[in-house]
Design a protein around this ligand. Structure first.
Ligand code: FAD
Length: 486
């Protein structure tokens, strides 16, 4: 009998993949072959609103993964499930057809995905084959770090502190899983049908505006494990040292831009962290370079959001973390919505961020914080519409990170003050909002209020859709009223 590793959209790599490694061990024990499967489900991608940029990145990474595996005579079958309900049957059919005795996979924590895995586990039990799902998305397994009182951590700072202790005391957590052992040459013949083959096309309605558009994004975000590791090394060599001081300044562009790779598991966080440690003269993350300390803290946020996701499954069911926010009466401001999407709100820092997103399929973290605060806090538009828009446009969409980023709150950023602090010279705004390119001084942060009427009108730039102070007050009062009634 044979052993299968079922790849999903968060572990698209051959290196340091726990499930794949376990499958390889099992195949060796039983003297069977190791097979790989990915079920391509266009309807799932549609349901989750996945962006064309992310789908293309996934497919390209799959193509490269297939090549990596085939060098070891391991086939990666890519099966298309026409409907969402066909995903589980596709796996079951594969198991039967290819005489599989054990299936391995890496855990996904969202409710839909857990339900899917439960169905597979029930079938496996009934039919007598093995199904094992391993924790592989994080270095520290979600749910394992607890407070002094024994409950799961709910607050980031103590979680972060414990995470640093845990990874220092258990260096084994940072050890990589070995690559799978290959199959014999004869597997090529036996599983001929599963080798080679064409990749699926982008689903209908998810295509790029043009081939040039696709090539441009592929250049910006080269797919695959090798490209991901190169990006990581380049970041550590050239950017991380200034990360602590400049990470909030979008014009500096000094973050790693590794989020698409982590979100799809094209490289693992476990691969990146030892490289960071090496760069830190092998000191623990918080005991050397301030840049490393600060960068790893962001990675720990990623770990923390997976940890809270398992405790609060409603986070992946279109409900806010704080359920009281579900009772807010949001505004139907279609004009404001359209302006927000297009980066034409009349607030330069917000517009620059949105235009970066629309052009690069990615946005700097500081801008994500500002545009999300503006949508829910100033336009008073349901934050879920923004969450969805991000899913539809980001190449790095990740439910846990995105959902936590979008959580509505009483803290509403003043985007003019934010820009003056984080884009001191207005360089980022000028790059993305060419209407304001000619403005030299502080006018660039708030042209409507800082220029004379005639001068402003010459710019061809929209006036602010809402007044910042009035709209912030409106949101806070609305939250107060609706949360009190919740
Ligand atoms: P770096 O600064 O180099 O950080 C390294 C890695 O740490 C990132 O690749 C990411 O995996 C993780 N990370 C960084 N910042 C955060 C954070 N605030 N929360 C959790 N993990 C973090 N991140 C996503 O990966 N996918 C999303 O869909 C997503 N949506 C967001 C939506 C909003 C409204 C906000 C405020 C933040 C969102 N983030 C999301 C978090 C963050 O903005 C991105 O991870 C980061 O900008 C990616 O750029 P980078 O790889 O250069 O990050």
């Amino acid at each position: 009998t044979n052993v299968l590793h079922w790849f999903r959209s968060k572990d698209l790599r051959m290196q340091d993949n726990k499930g794949l490694h376990a499958a390889s061990q099992k195949a060796k024990e039983g003297k069977g072959s190791l097979l790989g499967l990915y079920v391509y489900s266009p309807k799932d991608l549609e349901w989750h609103g996945t962006s064309p940029a992310r789908i293309d990145f996934l497919l390209e990474s799959l193509r490269l993964l297939k090549e990596d595996l085939e060098e070891k005579n391991i086939p990666l079958a890519i099966v298309t499930a026409a409907e969402r309900k066909n995903v589980v049957p596709s796996v079951l059919d594969f198991v039967k057809k290819w005489d599989v005795s054990h299936v391995y996979a890496d855990m996904e924590y969202e409710v839909d995905e857990l339900r899917r895995d439960i169905k597979v586990a029930e079938h496996a039990k009934e039919k007598g084959w093995g199904f094992e799902v391993l924790h592989d998305q994080t270095v520290v397994q979600p749910g394992t770090l607890t407070t002094g009182a024994g409950g799961p951590h709910k607050v980031f700072t103590p979680y972060h502190k414990d995470w640093l202790v845990e990874t220092k005391e258990n260096p084994g957590l940072l050890e990589l899983s070995p690559e799978p052992e290959g199959n014999d040459e004869k597997a090529k013949k036996e599983f001929k049908e599963l080798f080679g083959g064409d990749l699926p096309a982008l689903p209908e309605g998810k295509s790029f505006a043009s081939d040039e558009e696709r090539s441009r994004l592929r250049k910006l975000w080269p797919a695959g494990h090798t490209a991901g590791l190169e990006r990581c090394s380049d970041f550590l060599k050239n950017k991380v040292s200034s990360y602590a001081t400049h990470r909030s300044e979008p014009a500096k562009d000094n973050s790693s831009r590794l989020s698409p790779y982590f979100a799809s598991g094209v490289i693992s966080v476990r691969e990146a962290l030892p490289l960071a440690k090496k760069h830190n003269a092998n000191k623990h993350f918080n005991e050397g370079d301030k840049g490393i300390d600060s960068w790893v803290r962001e990675i720990v946020f990623r770990e923390f959001y997976r940890h809270t996701l398992i405790g609060l499954p409603h986070d992946s069911m279109n409900l806010p973390h704080n359920l009281k926010f579900d009772f807010v009466e949001w505004e139907d401001d279609e004009e404001g919505w359209k302006k927000w999407c297009e980066g034409k709100t009349g607030v330069p820092f917000v517009d620059a961020g949105m235009r970066q997103l629309n052009h690069e399929a990615w946005m700097h973290n500081r801008c994500r914080m500002n545009v999300s605060s503006y949508l829910s806090g100033n336009l008073l538009i349901d934050y879920r519409r923004g969450e969805r828009y991000f899913a539809e446009h980001l190449i790095d969409f990740d439910l846990a990170n995105n959902h936590n980023g979008w959580e509505p709150s009483y803290t509403i950023f003043n985007p003019v003050v934010q820009a003056e602090k984080c884009d001191k010279d207005g360089e980022f705004i000028r790059k993305w909002v060419p209407e304001l390119k000619g403005l030299k001084g502080k006018e660039v942060f708030d042209p409507f209020h800082r220029l004379g009427k005639a001068e402003f009108e010459k710019l061809g730039y929209p006036r602010p859709h809402v007044d910042f102070r009035e709209s912030s007050l409106r949101a806070k009062e609305r939250y107060k009223r609706d949360l009190a009634e919740a």
